[in-house]
Design a binder for this molecule. Structure first.
Ligand SMILES: *[C@@H]1O[C@H](CO)[C@@H](O)[C@H](O)[C@H]1NC(C)=O
Ligand SMILES: *[C@@H]1O[C@H](CO)[C@@H](O)[C@H](O)[C@H]1NC(C)=O
Ligand SMILES: *[C@@H]1O[C@H](CO)[C@@H](O)[C@H](O)[C@H]1NC(C)=O
Ligand SMILES: *[C@@H]1O[C@H](CO)[C@@H](O)[C@H](O)[C@H]1NC(C)=O
Length: 662
């Protein structure tokens, strides 16, 4: 036992030390580079069949040739069963409405965009806004207004002196244990990377196309997987109050950044610095203990006597348990008590180096209580063949297998014989294992025996046979175990690795977190398969993706997974109902529709250009909050100088105007 403790402590130190290496190794194993490099040599492209972008490939000639989804004119509405009262129908309709509104609310001229900015944020847009706007429009930005994540992330910094933010950003990288890289911009160029790794190398590429427009600044980038900043609720309230009180629209705003701001990073600098980031190392500590301090006192996470049900009504449908509010379904203040022992990052995090002080750290993901400044994950930009969308096996819908697939390693936290059942990936693999589920019953929705099109809960579904037939989920390797992974020997049968593209042979691709966010998500959305998504992490793209229009949201407990799968895949036959057996008609059409909507949307809003546009906007907003004159900086014009430009560069048409289908 003592040996075990020592081994464990050593292992935690080891994890803390290698930090992001874990993710890298992890990523490498997930996607089977070996297999991949063999496949690359098989010529799959049949000349003349590519559909425009040169990446489309013909389906495997052995598969039946069913009508392609490209040829059905999008007549989805005609198909919808008139009397289907399944809750998913309502959820899809509500999502369509929300998304249509999103489409219709876009501004289309610089004049409108700046007016909307002032209306929304109570400030002028920052200097550089016109350059950014043209940059975005030239790259065909689909929605030029939707950057609220940036504003939310930066708001609290109005409560911190600019010199303090600059000092922290300049020096955080200097202490190895901080797990921070630095990117330093001088004279319109990336002057230097400090404590560099592949992540900040990628970030440098990401800013390359617009860095010439930026003033001097230092960026501190998180190089660990886990988020870093959790400001307690009451402190955050004070910071936000300062932000609100500083909002003003000066008629004579300063249009230029302040030159030569003191306190930026210099080599061999002897000037005094304000650097204590007050990091606390908490590997293995349950994350909700840290997180809940940042939640409102009346929230479910902090109120001992609040019930699960009172929180669930906020994000989950009563019948079937489907997620109604994806945002709240991953809000730890709302769901924390329900998921704290069901997710690896919450239950057994490996590297936590966190601070309660508001630090200007740029991160790729966070949970809702974190105050890290989100930027688009490097992996989405890197064109890494293990994560980038590859159409090789992305057959047309009807040629795909009727099953849900997942592959991965046992990441998510530190695995021990005692805790692995409390980790999210492990739970998913158990829940879809036919042997494990042989004597289990789960809740699904079944058609009402008296009323076709009505559904009711059915609590006694044994999913074993269904899982065997319609899921292909398993680990390829055990990983991050203490003292070693031997305790898994009788638990899993390791499956062969697949490439990301091979997973698109299945209609349903489920995406769950690893140590942190999942880098597969953009590729899943870009594919013709339907993404089913469960996560506790926030990312840069959240506000532009609509659950139940572009993907299927899944509760982090997975309690409705079989309700979802049986709805899309179907179960039993109508005569079963009178025998007390469940019956759910097949909704393959709806699944295909969602998969297709997600794919078409991804080509509009998740492009590499969209990542650059986001990053450019983020950095001009950041440049303002670190400027000593930030209160008086801004663009105070009315925007009319781009009237002519706007007529020459019409906005890409709303997708909603094409009617219900896309
Ligand atoms: C900083 O100090 C190091 C070590 O003394 C020296 O090699 C380097 O040239 C100095 N850099 C600058 C910019 O002065
Ligand atoms: C499913 O569970 C059984 C029983 O625990 C186990 O033997 C088998 O290896 C598991 N399968 C997978 C794919 O992990
Ligand atoms: C897994 O890979 C091995 C080695 O390449 C191969 O022999 C085996 O048939 C594969 N198993 C499955 C289920 O594809
Ligand atoms: C999620 O909800 C919070 C709190 O209501 C809100 O501030 C945020 O903008 C929402 N995020 C998205 C992506 O809708």
């Amino acid at each position: 036992m003592a040996d075990f403790e020592v081994g464990r402590r050593r292992f935690f130190l080891f994890l803390a030390a290698i930090g992001s290496v874990i993710l890298l190794v992890n990523l490498f194993m997930l996607s089977g580079t070996d297999l991949r490099s063999k496949i690359k040599n098989i010529p799959i492209n049949i000349p003349g069949t590519s559909k425009g972008n040169g990446h489309e490939t013909a389906p495997n000639p052995d598969l039946p040739k069913l009508p392609s989804w490209h040829e059905d004119n999008g007549n989805f509405e005609e198909h919808a069963a008139v009397n289907d009262k399944h809750p998913i129908v309502d959820l899809m309709q509500a999502a369509d409405q929300a998304w249509t509104k999103y489409e219709e609310d876009r501004t289309s001229t610089f004049k409108e965009t700046v007016a909307k900015y002032r209306r929304t944020y109570g400030r002028h847009p920052p200097p550089g806004f016109r350059d950014w706007y043209k940059f975005a429009r030239e790259r065909n930005v689909h929605n030029v207004d939707d950057f609220s994540q940036i504003m939310d992330d930066l708001r609290p910094f109005w409560g911190v002196e600019p010199a303090v933010i600059r000092s922290l950003a300049a020096h955080l990288h200097e202490t190895e244990g901080n797990g921070v890289s630095g990117l330093h911009i001088r004279d319109g160029q990336v002057w230097k990377l400090t404590n560099a790794n592949w992540r900040v190398d990628t970030m440098k590429e990401m800013v390359g196309s617009f860095v010439k427009y930026l003033p001097d600044m230092d960026i501190a980038m998180n190089r660990l997987d886990q988020p870093r900043v959790v400001v307690p609720f009451e402190d955050m309230q004070n910071l936000l109050a300062r932000e609100v009180s500083t909002r003003q629209l000066y008629p004579d705003a300063l249009a230029e950044w302040t030159k030569d701001l003191p306190g930026l990073f210099k080599e061999n600098d002897t000037a005094p610095v304000i650097t204590d980031p007050e990091f606390v190392l908490a590997p293995g500590k349950q994350y909700m203990l840290i997180a809940k301090e940042a939640c409102p006192p009346e929230s479910h996470a902090r109120k001992e006597d609040s019930s699960t049900r009172s929180a669930e009504v906020l994000y989950k449908e009563d019948r079937g348990g489907f997620v109604t509010n994806f945002n709240l379904s991953s809000d730890l203040c709302t769901v924390g008590p329900e998921v704290e022992s069901k997710h690896g990052f919450l239950f057994a995090p490996s590297t936590v180096v966190a601070s309660k002080r508001l630090l200007p750290i740029f991160g790729e993901c966070k949970v809702n209580v974190n105050n890290d400044i989100l930027f688009p994950a490097n992996m989405y930009y890197k064109n890494d063949e293990r994560y980038a969308y590859d159409p090789t096996y992305d057959y047309d819908w009807d040629d795909k297998e009727d099953r849900m697939i997942w592959r991965g390693v046992t990441s998510g936290g530190t695995n021990t014989a005692d805790n692995w059942m409390n980790m999210h990936r492990q739970r998913l693999v158990l829940l879809t294992n036919a042997t494990v589920m042989a004597d289990q019953e789960v809740r699904i929705m079944s058609e009402d025996s008296n009323m076709q099109g009505d559904y009711q809960n059915y609590g006694h579904f044994n999913p074993s046979e269904f899982a065997a037939k319609h899921t292909d989920i398993g680990f390829t390797e055990a990983f991050a175990c203490v003292p070693d992974c031997g305790f898994y020997d009788d638990v899993w049968t390791y499956k062969n690795m697949t490439t990301l593209s091979q997973q698109f042979e299945s209609k349903y691709v489920i995406d769950v977190d690893g140590h942190s966010f999942s880098g597969r998500w953009h590729a899943f959305l870009q594919s013709k398969s339907l993404g089913i998504k469960s996560t506790i992490f926030r990312e840069w793209h959240d506000s532009r993706l609509f659950a139940w229009r572009h993907f299927v949201p899944l509760d982090n407990r997975y309690d409705e997974i079989y309700s979802i799968l049986t709805y899309f895949i179907g179960l039993g036959n109508p005569s079963a109902v009178s025998n007390g057996q469940p019956y759910i008609p097949r909704h393959d059409f709806e699944a295909r529709k969602l998969g297709r909507q997600g794919r078409e949307w991804a080509t509009k809003v998740l492009r590499r250009a969209d990542i650059e546009i986001y990053m450019f906007r983020l950095l001009i907003e950041y440049a303002r909050i670190i400027d000593d004159n930030r209160d008086r900086l801004g663009y105070s014009g009315d925007g009319s100088e781009l009237d002519k430009y706007d007529t020459q560069h019409p906005l890409s048409p709303s997708m909603a105007s094409k009617g219900g289908g896309v």
